[in-house]
Design a protein around this ligand. Structure first.
Ligand SMILES: [Cu+2]
Length: 320
């Protein structure tokens, strides 16, 4: 069947995939890669652990620098400069097809060793492996800090869910300035996640601060939430198959606020959602028109596609 690899090789700088018939990567959808380890023990099965932060349950996202089409499409080289041996490496490469059903290459591979770098493509650059972060060797303590928004007046219910591949299912939340909200974060994934709302323009700075939390011995106890006045509200670090609800009032200032997951390593990928604070619906339409102007038709199509896939329909907050 088209899209199923017939062979693969782990190279120092990425993964080479071979196919029985030619394939074409979809340039409109970003490829995704992540890795994790298992711990061997007498127990049956194992949680999934981060490689960069040993003894911490989680996955590490891997940056895909490029996807090279080789041999007329019968091979793809997925360039991942920071690839390393891992219990499990997961690749997700969307393909383009004229047929209705759009295939995606999903590879789950155990990588014991890396063969020499694959260099036979235009634009090859030797990129050194990053120095690993300090690892936390002790078993982390359980989260202890009580959530400041656990109680209080109930508001309009909003749902945010973790999706596959370190993403939020809901890419946009629209609320009225000062509106009272009860926001539930649901985690059906296999690793912990949270939902943190930051001040306007704070995404880059919060991402960096979140990644530094792994070096904080109190990191998990603080739900990996940085001590920063850029943080507006957050849910607890929510374990797989759990959910957590917080009650708060939306900011009084209208605008586009970022949200992200602060689990170490996730904030690079699990972010990009827009929490739009509006005065009324007209304001929201204006914002959307501005977005369409900036990103063209593709942005609007994407919203529609997400809507169809996830059963998600952007809705105006009720008038009140
Ligand atoms: Cu996360």
């Amino acid at each position: 069947m088209a899209g199923i690899p017939v062979g693969w090789e782990a190279r120092n700088n990425g993964i080479l995939l071979r196919f029985a018939s030619a394939v074409k990567p979809d340039p409109a959808v970003a490829p995704f890669a992540q890795c994790w380890n298992y711990h061997y023990s007498a127990a049956y099965g194992s949680p999934e652990y981060s490689l960069r932060y040993s003894d911490t349950p989680g996955h590490d996202p891997l940056e895909v620098r490029s996807v090279q089409v080789l041999d007329g499409g019968k091979a793809l080289f997925v360039e991942i400069p920071q690839l390393s041996p891992a219990g499990q490496v997961h690749l997700s490469i969307p393909l383009k097809s004229e047929f209705e059903e759009v295939p995606t290459v999903e590879l789950f591979a155990t990588v014991h060793a890396l063969a020499p770098a694959f260099v036979d493509f235009p634009g090859y650059t030797a990129i050194p492996k990053a120095v690993p972060h300090a690892t936390v060797s002790a078993t982390p303590t359980a989260p202890t800090r009580p959530n400041p928004w656990a109680d209080g007046e109930i508001g309009r219910a909003l749902l945010v869910e973790a999706g596959l591949g370190l993403q939020y299912v809901q890419k946009e939340l629209v609320v009225k300035a000062g509106e009272r909200l009860s926001l539930t974060f649901r985690n059906p994934d296999v690793v912990p996640h949270n939902w943190l709302l930051g001040r306007i323009g704070s995404l880059a700075s919060l991402t960096e601060k979140a990644n530094l939390m792994i070096g904080d011995p109190e990191g998990l106890a603080k739900h990996y939430v940085p001590d920063s006045d850029e943080v507006i509200v957050y849910t607890d670090m929510t374990q797989p198959q759990q959910s957590h609800t917080i009650r708060f009032s939306a900011p009084a200032e209208k605008g586009e606020y970022p949200y992200l997951c602060t689990f170490p390593g996730h904030s690079m990928v699990m972010r990009g959602g827009r929490f739009l604070v509006v005065f009324h619906c007209k304001g929201r339409r204006l914002l959307r028109r501005r977005e369409a102007g900036a990103n063209g038709l593709e942005a609007r199509r994407r919203v529609h596609r997400i809507g169809r896939w996830q059963g998600y329909r952007p809705a105006c907050p009720p008038r009140g």
